[in-house]
Design a protein around this ligand. Structure first.
Ligand SMILES: *Cc1c(COP(=O)(O)O)cnc(C)c1O
Length: 387
């Protein structure tokens, strides 16, 4: 039996069953390449579902994790810690607005915290989210998420959430009022089909929130840390959110999240929220190394240039089966006229790993360190498969 098959059979027996799994066992990664248990190499355009902007096993992160693992792995936030102190100040310096930072362990947790902070600070309940928005799977985050098949089995969700069409200023203005605690949105909808916000939308959302005293929560869990061509996607505008929600690539693939809360809200009241693993020193050491590497290697610029190149290359293919190529930086979507699922399998068989975004969008989310040669192979393989 192949090594892949042995692993797949063993995992199948006790796995939760929740994930539609691809028939391959990934055991090693390097840069934008992944290797399966039989030694086959793949070009990775899944990028850890957005967690691997920096590439797999980046040597600086590996070294930081190894050193910190041998020093201190656990230290809750009731104590101060050197790695956390350093990371908070380094992340704060990289943010485009002055902030205080809450550290947690995932994207959904960053969203949960953002929603709780908005209700706490505003004293209001209503949350305005967007159609096709994705914010995670826990009950609060799921209440902001739009996709009915994720939501319906778990109703009733948290009350007082409404969804408005993404990108439509008038609908947003009509939904926000004196009872609104917050508006939550993504600068580019990722899971919802790779849809960048139209020009002026974030600015309009900021103005509408200001008019009514609501908080603006910007979910950059997928768009953060260089993905869209800026360190944070809000930097394509001059909008400062009340809270920026971060996770995925924050710690180079390790589980971590953060809420950067605008300094104008001051420190939060003690005991209002918390997390055992939040601010964990091992994760802070990894996140420090990841942020430093991201800035030193200028990953935002790499994403901007490579993304523009890839979008151009895919458009030039003029694939009859494709309706549109769109994206921002290296968050690229190819909308098809048919369902995407069979193409994902065909790409995998040819050594390219890619993601869906909704039923008929092929989403490419490669590590930002991917080479142009690999991007060229990706485009050629798509041309071969999507016909
Ligand atoms: C992935 C994602 C989340 C949820 O993050 P998890 O770490 O999977 O909980 C939230 N918001 C956006 C925009 C995402 O892409």
């Amino acid at each position: 039996m192949r090594a892949n098959d042995t692993i797949i059979a063993a995992e199948q027996r006790y796995t939760s069953g929740l994930y539609p799994k691809r028939p391959v066992a990934i055991v090693r990664g390097e840069g934008a390449r992944l290797f399966d248990a039989d030694g086959r190499v793949y070009i990775d355009c899944v990028g850890g579902q957005g967690a691997a902007n920096l590439g797999h096993s980046h040597p600086a992160v590996v070294a930081a994790v190894q050193a910190q693992a041998a020093t201190l792995m656990s230290c809750p936030e009731i104590f101060y810690n050197d790695q956390r102190a350093a990371y908070l100040s380094e992340l704060a310096a990289a943010l485009p607005f002055p902030a205080r930072i809450f550290l947690c362990n995932s994207g959904a947790e960053a969203v949960e915290a953002g929603l709780k902070f908005a209700r706490l600070l505003s004293g209001r309940r209503k949350i305005v989210a967007t159609m096709r928005g994705f914010h995670g799977r826990t009950m609060g985050a799921l209440s902001a998420t739009w996709e009915p098949k994720y939501r319906e089995p778990f109703a009733p969700l948290v009350p007082e959430f409404v969804h408005v069409p993404f990108g439509e200023v008038e609908a947003l203005a009509a939904a926000v009022g004196a009872e609104t605690a917050a508006v939550i949105l993504e600068p580019v909808q990722g899971e919802g089909g790779v849809r960048p916000a139209p020009p002026g939308y974030l600015e309009a959302a900021r103005r509408i929130c200001d008019e009514h005293g609501a908080l603006l929560l910007v979910d950059e869990v997928q768009t953060g840390f260089g993905r869209t061509g800026r360190l944070f996607a809000i930097e394509h505008s001059d909008v400062a959110p009340d809270a920026l929600l971060l996770a995925k690539s924050i710690a180079a693939g390790l589980p971590m999240g953060a809420v950067a809360l605008h300094e104008r809200h001051g420190p939060l009241p003690g005991g209002a929220h918390g997390s055992t693993f939040g601010g964990n020193p091992l994760l802070c050491a990894a996140a420090r190394a990841a942020l430093r590497a991201c800035l030193e290697e200028d990953l935002p610029r790499q994403a901007a240039e490579k993304g523009a190149w890839l979008i151009e290359r895919l458009r030039a293919l003029r694939l009859p089966a494709a309706r549109e190529v769109r994206g921002l930086g290296l968050l690229v979507g190819l909308e098809l006229r048919t369902r995407v699922q069979p193409y994902l399998q065909a790409l995998l068989e040819r050594g390219v790993l890619a993601l869906p975004a909704g039923p008929n969008v092929l989403r490419l989310l490669p590590p930002l360190v991917i080479s142009y040669d690999d991007l060229d192979i990706v485009a050629a393989t798509i041309a071969e498969v999507v016909r």
